[in-house]
Ligand binder design. Structure first.
Ligand code: MG
Length: 256
C-alpha cells in the first residue's frame, strides 16, 4: 500500500534528509587510499549518532535474509553493485570506484541516499559510468512529478541510459522504492519501464530513486554473505540515490 505522508512527516523527512546528505558528503572526503571500508562504516555510525539519529541499515533484516545487515553503511567497490559489507581488511586503493549507500532514522522516519565516488584518479570509462549514472538519477527525478507514474520514471532512466554511447547494463533485479515510515515501502520503482504504466505518483508520496548502472552486462550475482551483489561479468558498476518528495510540479529532493 502506498503511503501519503502528512505535512508534519514531510517536515521531519526534510530534516532527516539534510542530516543524511551532510553525513554522506563527510564520508566522501574520507574515501582515500589506505582507509578500510570498516573504518568508513565506524565513522558513518559516529556521525549519525552525533546528530541524534539512528543508522537505518544496522541490524536491518530484509525479507528472506538469513542474517541482519551487520553495519550502518553499505560500501560496494568496483564490480560490487550494492550492499557490500564493511570489512577491516578491505582497503580502498587508487583507481577504485566506491558506492556508499546509507540510510538513517530521524525522529522515527527514514531517508535513504547513495553516491559513487572515485578513489584518486580512475579510468575514463569508470568516470563516464559515474557521470551517466548520476545523470540518470536526475533524469528519473525530473520524471517523478504528481500525475506521472512509476513507469514514467523507469522509462526516463532507461531511455537516457540507452541513448548513451557504450553498452551500459541497467540492473533490473533491484529497484527504487517508497520510503519514510519504513526503509522500504511500496511502490517499487524499477529503472526501466513503459511510460504511463504502473502506480500513479501522488503529491505527498516519498520515494527513493536509485539507478544501478553497469559497464557491461545487466546481470548480477549475489555472494555467499547473502548481501553483496556484483556484476556477472566482473565489470564496474555505479549507483546514485536520492529520497524525493512527489509534488504537483517537479519533485523535491529531500536528501540534499
Ligand atoms: Mg534504497
Amino acid at each position: 500500500m502506498v503511503i501519503i505522508k502528512t505535512p508534519e512527516e514531510i517536515e521531519v523527512l526534510r530534516e532527516g534528509g539534510k542530516h543524511l546528505a551532510a553525513v554522506l558528503y563527510k564520508l566522501k572526503e574520507k574515501v582515500t587510499p589506505g582507509i578500510s571500508t570498516k573504518d568508513l562504516d565506524i565513522y558513518a555510525e559516529k556521525l549519525i549518532r552525533e546528530l541524534g539519529d539512528v543508522p537505518a541499515f544496522l541490524n536491518y533484516r530484509p525479507e528472506g535474509a538469513k542474517t541482519p545487515f551487520p553495519a550502518s553503511l553499505c560500501v560496494s567497490i568496483n564490480d560490487e553493485v550494492v550492499h557490500g559489507i564493511p570489512n577491516k581488511k578491505r582497503i580502498f586503493k587508487e583507481g577504485d570506484i566506491v558506492s556508499l549507500d546509507l540510510g538513517l532514522k530521524h525522529k522515527g522516519l527514514f531517508t535513504d541516499m547513495a553516491i559513487t565516488v572515485p578513489v584518486g584518479k580512475v579510468s575514463s570509462s569508470s568516470q563516464k559510468l559515474m557521470e551517466v549514472t548520476e545523470r540518470a538519477l536526475q533524469v528519473g527525478i525530473n520524471a517523478a512529478q504528481g500525475g506521472n507514474t512509476v513507469g514514467d520514471i523507469g522509462h526516463a532512466v532507461e531511455s537516457f541510459v540507452r541513448a548513451q554511447k557504450g553498452n551500459y547494463g541497467i540492473v533490473e533485479v533491484l529497484s527504487g522504492h517508497g520510503v519514510g515510515r519504513a526503509i522500504h515501502e511500496d511502490p517499487y520503482i524499477p529503472n526501466f519501464g513503459k511510460a504511463g504504466k504502473g502506480e500513479k505518483l501522488v503529491p505527498g508520496m516519498v520515494v527513493a530513486i536509485e539507478p544501478m548502472i553497469n559497464l557491461g552486462t545487466k546481470n548480477v550475482t549475489i555472494d555467499e554473505d547473502g548481501y553483496t551483489f556484483r556484476t556477472a561479468d566482473g565489470k564496474n558498476s555505479a549507483h546514485f540515490e536520492h529520497t524525493i518528495l512527489i509534488t504537483e510540479g517537479g519533485a523535491e529532493i529531500l536528501t540534499k
